[in-house]
Design a protein around this ligand. Structure first.
Ligand code: NAP
Length: 293
């Protein structure tokens, strides 16, 4: 039996439509949600992410302040810019696209962003608030995964969820959100120190791959009937593709869909949710501004 395919694009569209409705209400009250998007350098993948975010902002009726800086920008110059954006009352969110050029310390830049404008949810204050369940911005990709599971009415209460990956932006926050009472799962986190990865993944009711390794998860690593969420986005060479490459996840999709009950495709699964959750965070930040006025 072939798995049901989770349509991340359709679910993301609903989240974005909700953000657009809330934006219209804010604008009617004289508040225009605005996200400053800062790109340093010309990394092609980063450029395409930034373009996607700017397009989504425009579609939701929000303002985007696009700031493109040369790769030679110094850390001090970037920190000065962040300070100006922090102080600008018309800016609701600040997104500094990662990765930054090697000479700029990412952690310095992340902590410089005002947590009230940290719509990426990467600031230690945002992470701390998430862990202890206080209000704050949730990181977009992990939050997007949780919304996907809820929208698909996947039973998470008491489920065993295995997360492959423990990065600060995906695996760790995701594991945390999944143990919240509203999700109520039992979570196993795997990483490169995990002894027998397949032994863990085969015990998962829900398997979430976020390792950044193409085809790390093969069909026989999935328990029959499991739900598979593939966060991975990897470029693999493909001479038949127009760009010379195509995007694949961390899961061998063709094999996995024969075993899983539900699965996200790559692209079109988790990716669209990340941008949608960003839109939600920006509108929430603008609503916070509006309620303070
Ligand atoms: P990352 O910082 O490179 O972290 C990868 C994690 O996977 C690490 O914790 C690593 O373990 C673990 N890992 C790598 N190889 C493994 C293996 N063979 N067995 C077990 N664990 C392994 O990557 P990331 O930023 O979390 O991103 C992960 C993937 O998600 C990437 O493909 C990225 O492009 C994608 N992504 C997608 C979205 C989206 O919107 N869809 C957003 C963000 C990221 P160690 O800690 O031991 O090294």
């Amino acid at each position: 039996m072939s798995a049901g395919i989770i349509d991340g694009k359709a679910i993301a569209l609903r989240v974005r439509e909700d953000a657009a409705v809330r934006t219209a209400a804010l604008k009617a009250a004289g508040v225009e949600p605005c996200l400053a998007v800062v790109l340093v350098g010309e990394d092609p993948a980063s450029l395409s992410y930034v373009t996607g975010k700017e397009k989504a902002l425009a579609e939701a009726g929000m303002a985007g302040r696009d700031i493109r800086l040369p790769a030679s920008t110094t850390e001090t110059e970037l920190l000065d810019l962040v300070a100006r954006l922090n102080a600008d009352p018309s800016v609701d969110g600040i997104l500094v696209q990662l990765p930054l050029p090697k000479h700029i310390r990412e952690d310095r830049v992340i902590v410089a962003i005002d947590p009230a404008k940290d719509v990426d949810g990467f600031h230690p204050v945002s992470i701390g608030n998430m862990v202890i369940g206080r209000p704050g911005f949730l990181p977009c990709t992990p939050h997007g995964v949780v919304v996907l599971l809820k929208e698909m009415q996947v039973k998470t209460d008491g489920a065993h969820i295995v997360v492959v990956g423990r990065s600060n932006i995906v695996g760790k926050p995701l594991a945390n959100l999944l143990t919240r009472r509203d999700v109520n799962a039992t979570v196993t986190v795997c990483h490169t120190g995990t002894k027998d990865l397949a032994e863990h993944t085969r015990r998962a009711d829900i398997l979430i791959a976020a390792a950044g390794k193409p085809r790390l998860v093969s069909g026989d690593m999935i328990r029959p009937g499991a739900v598979v969420i593939d966060v991975g986005v990897n470029r693999v060479e493909d001479p038949t593709a127009k760009k010379g490459y195509r995007l694949v996840g961390d899961v061998d999709f063709e094999a996995a869909k024969e075993t899983a009950s539900l699965i996200t495709p790559v692209p079109g699964g988790v990716g669209p949710m990340t941008i949608a959750m960003l839109m939600r965070n920006v509108v929430e930040s603008a609503e916070n501004r509006s309620s303070r006025a």
